[in-house]
Design a binder for this molecule. Structure first.
Ligand code: NI
Length: 135
């Protein structure tokens, strides 16, 4: 079994705010992330797939195919977007990196034919990132 990771980059804005709560509760929980005029991050995305190298190509997945899937299924939906307003799948969902990484998994997994999705890592700042293994 070989694990292959591709790195991508995107920018996005969000606001962490629970509309069921008061402004005070939101500020106490989310701090500056509840700022009503949004804030942005430069995200780094690491997508790791696993599989056996194909006998004809030597590839677990053709890197061009993986790149195209990530471009179509992730970057075009998130890059330079406001996650609260521009992403229909996040309507009514707090756009935390935890929720975003699970959505990215749902977008990518069905498109992998020659290998399986193993892990996604989403880096929000140099001090924090999340990893998701599908469960
Ligand atoms: Ni943030």
């Amino acid at each position: 079994m070989v694990y292959l990771t591709r790195r991508e980059h995107f920018n996005g804005a969000h606001r962490l705010y629970n509309s069921k709560w008061t402004d005070e509760q939101n500020a106490a929980t989310f701090g500056k992330c509840a700022n009503k005029n949004w804030h942005g991050h430069n995200f780094e995305l690491f997508v790791t797939v696993k599989g056996e190298p194909d006998a004809n190509t030597g590839f677990v997945i053709n890197a061009h195919d993986l790149s195209r899937i990530l471009k179509t299924e992730v970057l075009e939906k998130l890059d330079h977007k406001n996650f609260n307003l521009d992403v229909p799948e996040l309507e009514g969902v707090l756009p935390s990196i935890e929720n975003i990484i699970m959505l990215i998994w749902k977008w990518i997994a069905p498109h992998l034919k020659t290998c399986q999705l193993h892990c996604i890592k989403l880096v929000e700042t140099e001090n924090i990132y999340v990893e998701y293994y599908g469960t």
